[in-house]
Design a protein around this ligand. Structure first.
Ligand code: FES
Length: 496
C-alpha cells in the first residue's frame, strides 16, 4: 500500500498551497481520506515532480519573502542533536525494513527447499505442475528484485522528514511544520496559529502544553518549573522545545481577543522612515523575551517623548511578534505625529500597550474582501499577511485613496498580486478627501462600490473587511448591509 501523507506535509513536498490541494480534492482529481493523501495519488496529480526544488517551491518561497519582508523562509537544518535524532528515527525504520527483507529472503530459501522435498515425492504429472509453479515463482521473484521505478516523492519526503517535523494541535487539529532551529512556539506563530504564550523565554509558563504523541526535545533551559507529575503526563513548554518526530500536542489556542492578555512593553525604534511626505513607517522591535502577542488587525497604544501618545493599528503580522510595524499619518497639530516625523530616531524607546480592538479575521472564510480607505491599509495589511500564512482561498483588496498619493505602499499590493494566483488587487481614486464624505461625494463613493459589486458576482458571498476614515467606512458598511449582508460578515475599523 502506498504511503499516506498529511495535506500539510504533501503540500510542502510538492511546493504548492493546501488550498490548491483542496480544489483538486473537491474536483475529484485528488483522493483524500481523513486529511491524508497517498504518495501514489500525489504523483498522479503532479507527474512532473522532480527531486530538485520545483519552480512552484521557489515561487512560494519568493512570495513569502516579498510578502513578509524579513520573514524567515529558508530550509535551515535543525540543530545537530535534533538532526541526529531524526536520522536515528529513520535509520530505525530502515533497519526494520532491512530485517524484514532478510526474513523474506530466508523464507524464500526455505520455500525452495520445501518445494524440492515435496517434488521428490510426486508422480510425473504432478512434477510438471510443480515445475510450472517453480518457474512462475522464480519469474515473479526476479521481477520483484529488479531495480525498478523509484518514486521521487518518497525520496523527497524522506529528506523533508529530516528537515521538518509536523505538529498537530488538538483539539482543533491545526497543523504546522517545524523547520530549522525553530521552537514549537516560533513555528506555530509563523504559521499563523495563535497558541497561548507570554514571555517566549521560559519564564511565565503560559505556553505549557501536553505532548500526546511523538518526540520533542528541550532546546533551552527554562526557569518556569513544571512539576514531576506534569512532566510524567507529557507537559512541556512550547517556547523551549522543538519537535524531533511528528508530534501531536494538546494546547490552548487564542480564538478571540479576550484570550490575548493586555501587555506593556518598552520597545526600541528599529527604523523610522518616510513613505511619502505625510506618511511614515515606524518599525519597533520588542525585547527578545517580551514580544507583543496580538491578533492580526488589532491596534496598540504608542507613547513617545514626553508622553505624546496615539492608538494605532498594527501594520504587520502576528507571525513576526518581535518586529511590529505602524504607519504614521502626519496630521497638523498632532503632537504625536510631529514627534515621530521630527524627533524620533533609531534606538529610541517607545512604550507600547495593548493590543486593543476586535477587527480580526474570521478564519473560516474562504473568500475574503478587503476595502482599505487611505491609511486603513495598515490593519488590512496585517489581516492580509495573516490570511496568507493561513493560506486563505481567495483574497481581494480594493484600496481607495483620496488621491494617488494616499495609496502609499502600492508595491506591496502589486507584489502580492504578481506572486499569488489567488490574490486580486484594484486601486480606486476617489478624487476627494475620504475623511469628509457627504452629499455628492457620498454618491460618488456609492457609485464606485456599486461598480465593484456589478463586476464581481461573488462579492456578496464573501466576508468583508473595511478600514479607513470613519466617514468612508460608515458609507461602505451601510452599502454592504443594504445589500443584505449580515453584520457578522462585515467587519469595520475606523482609522484616522
Ligand atoms: S512563553 Fe513564557 S514560558 Fe513559554
Amino acid at each position: 500500500m502506498s504511503e499516506m501523507l498529511s495535506l500539510t506535509r504533501a503540500a510542502r513536498l510538492i511546493g504548492v498551497t493546501r488550498t490548491e490541494f483542496q480544489k483538486k480534492i473537491r474536483s475529484g482529481e485528488m483522493i483524500s481520506h481523513d486529511g491524508m493523501v497517498s504518495i501514489e495519488n500525489l504523483l498522479k496529480c503532479y507527474p512532473d515532480t522532480q527531486l530538485e526544488d520545483t519552480a512552484e517551491t521557489r515561487r512560494v518561497a519568493q512570495i513569502k519573502e516579498r510578502a513578509f519582508g524579513k520573514r524567515v523562509f529558508e530550509r535551515a537544518l535543525p540543530d545537530a542533536e535534533v538532526l541526529a535524532a531524526r536520522v536515528t528515527e529513520l535509520s530505525k525504520k530502515l533497519a526494520t525494513n532491512q530485517g524484514q527483507v532478510k526474513q523474506f529472503n530466508a523464507l524464500l530459501v526455505k520455500l525452495w527447499d520445501k518445494l524440492a522435498e515435496v517434488e521428490s515425492r510426486l508422480n510425473s504429472e504432478s512434477r510438471m505442475t510443480m515445475e510450472y509453479l517453480k518457474r512462475w515463482i522464480k519469474h515473479e521473484v526476479d521481477l520483484a528484485m529488479e531495480p525498478g521505478f523509484i518514486n521521487p516523492l518518497t525520496i523527497k519526503d524522506t529528506v523533508l522528514r529530516i528537515i521538518t517535523a509536523q505538529v498537530t494541535v488538538m483539539p482543533g487539529k491545526q497543523e504546522f511544520l517545524v523547520e530549522g532551529h525553530d521552537t514549537l512556539l516560533e513555528a506555530a506563530i509563523r504559521s499563523g496559529i495563535p497558541l497561548n504564550y507570554g514571555c517566549s523565554g521560559g519564564n511565565c509558563g503560559l505556553c505549557k502544553a501536553r505532548v500526546l504523541s511523538g518526540e520533542v526535545k528541550k532546546t533551552r533551559l527554562h526557569d518556569f518549573v513544571i512539576s514531576e507529575a506534569e512532566i510524567s503526563q507529557g507537559y512541556i513548554l512550547l517556547c523551549s522545545n522543538t519537535a524531533v518526530s511528528d508530534v501531536v500536542i494538546e494546547a490552548a489556542v487564542a480564538g478571540s481577543v479576550q484570550d490575548i492578555p493586555f501587555q506593556q512593553i518598552s520597545a526600541r525604534v528599529k527604523s523610522v522612515g518616510h513613505i511619502t511626505d505625510d506618511m511614515a513607517l515606524l518599525h519597533l522591535q520588542t525585547p527578545r523575551t517580551q514580544r507583543l502577542r496580538f491578533l492580526a488587525g488589532q491596534s496598540a497604544t504608542l507613547r513617545v517623548g514626553q508622553s505624546f501618545s496615539a492608538d494605532l493599528p498594527i501594520a504587520s503580522c502576528p507571525c513576526d511578534d518581535r518586529n511590529v510595524l505602524f504607519h504614521i499619518h502626519r496630521q497638523s497639530g498632532n503632537l504625536f505625529s510631529d514627534y515621530v516625523f521630527d524627533r524620533l530616531k533609531q534606538n529610541d524607546v517607545v512604550e507600547m500597550e495593548g493590543p486593543h480592538g476586535e477587527f480580526i479575521l474570521h478564519e473560516k472564510s474562504p473568500r475574503l474582501y478587503f476595502f482599505a480607505f487611505n491609511g486603513g491599509f495598515a490593519p488590512i495589511k496585517s489581516l492580509i499577511e495573516h490570511a496568507l500564512s493561513l493560506e486563505a482561498e481567495t483574497i481581494y483588496l480594493h484600496w481607495f485613496g483620496s488621491s494617488q498619493k494616499n495609496i502609499y505602499l502600492p508595491n506591496i499590493a502589486h507584489a502580492w498580486r504578481d506572486a499569488l494566483d489567488n490574490f486580486h488587487y484594484e486601486e480606486h481614486i476617489a478624487g476627494f478627501d475620504l475623511r469628509s464624505v457627504s452629499g455628492k461625494r457620498e454618491e460618488t463613493l456609492l457609485r464606485q462600490l456599486d461598480n465593484i459589486n456589478a463586476g464581481d458576482t461573488s462579492l456578496l458571498k464573501g466576508d468583508i473587511y473595511i478600514a479607513g476614515p470613519e466617514d468612508a467606512v460608515s458609507i461602505a458598511e451601510q452599502f454592504f448591509l443594504g445589500k443584505g449582508l449580515p453584520k457578522t460578515r462585515v467587519a469595520v475599523a475606523s482609522v484616522k
